[in-house]
Design a protein around this ligand. Sequence first.
Ligand code: HEC
Ligand code: HEC
Length: 399
Amino acid sequence: MMRALPIAAMALLCLAPRPTAADPLDVAVGKALFDRMWVPSPASTRGSDGLGPLYTARSCAGCHAGGGGSRTAARPDGTIDPKALVVRLGSDAGPGDPVYGLQVQTLGTAVVAPEAAVAFDLVPSPDPALGPLVTGIRLDALAYGALPPATRTEARRAPALHGIGLLAGVPDDALNALADPADHDGDGISGRLGSGRFGWKALEPTVESQTTAALLTDLGLSTVDRPDHAGDCTAAEAACLRAPHGDGGHADGVEVPADALRTLVAYVSALPAPVAAPDPRGDALFRSAGCAACHVPELAGAGGRPVRAFTDLLLHDMGPGLEGGFPEGDASRAEWRTAALWGLGRAVRHGDRLLHDGRAATVDEAIRWHGGEAARARDRYRDLPPAEAARLLAYLEGL
Ligand code: HEC
Ligand code: HEC
């Protein structure tokens, strides 16, 4: 017989949806891997070596502490912690630079020079009405020469991972049913599926593929699916390709064997989803302003379970103001995946800056940056009487 739980504990169990019934041992082992500080090869700790040779952080938790997202609050001197954002590279042809690869690697093992020192300053906004200051990227001490003129930079914030296993469980059919690429219903909103559903450009199809991509690009660790032991090193970075690596001594001949990857994915997928306080008035304002057309309050997840993430996981053209530096996967420069709004309250309480590159200081600024398919909803928000706008913002900050 089940032991009776106190009412409060029962309410909590009902409210905090845990995505899957993963094996608790897998989840515990996966958490240790998520927090593990990897070390370069060769090392005496055989299980944890293989880092880099070029890398951006030493652990998943280095960017997603506690499974959360980047801590992008501005510091008193008007800069953002250089570890809070990653700098991606690309051109009109797509992601990547011929010499520096997909991402500016700010760290290197003893035998390889880091690619650059990165700093993020708050600089005057191109349109002060949207927000006075936006994120500016500074690259100093570029170790492999200047970037070619065709290469553009783009800062990216790490999203919080809470509830991601639930998002992974939403069937493709449910997303296809929301997509309206040719805007047949004439509402000005034409969401479409990206090449996947994770990342700001909906590039990666599964938590596992996103994780192997992170292992490769952020930590320089190989997996069965992405076996390049030198991570994001390019042919132009010869010392990096020659440096020692950890593939030889591990199972499966890669730095992160299949079994370890499985537990890492189990942990990430089991992170419990954020839970919002009910607010019917705020909810009504959110819907009547047209926000819910993209930030769909509830999706039907695996087995029909409600997933209250406030996203359709689709790509939307957000207009020239939000255009990034390069197209990626199926997404053009101006297309972004609808940001999930669950957990927004936590980011706001931390003082984190918002949108893909942390350009918005507040929720109000984040909404004002919306354009393109979201222009009508943004205008409805701007036209709300002040008391109603405040009510809507309070609702969002309670998510
Ligand atoms: C250097 C910082 C950094 C590290 C280290 C890092 N991530 Fe991330 N993570 C990001 C960024 C930035 C994004 C957004 C990626 C994009 O849009 O290109 C992201 C996105 C994700 C997503 C998709 C979230 C979503 O809402 O779509 C998952 C899942 C994820 N990371 C898991 C991991 C795991 C697991 C690890 C360790 C293997 C890891 N990350 C290591 C920065 C990092
Ligand atoms: C056409 C689709 C669409 C509509 C309509 C829309 N949004 Fe968004 N929203 C997005 C996309 C896409 C992003 C991510 C953009 C980026 O980061 O560059 C986003 C980001 C956000 C963010 C920032 C979240 C974060 O974590 O950085 C907030 C807050 C937000 N939207 C609130 C709203 C509100 C409130 C409304 C209604 C007034 C609204 N949105 C209408 C697509 C939409």
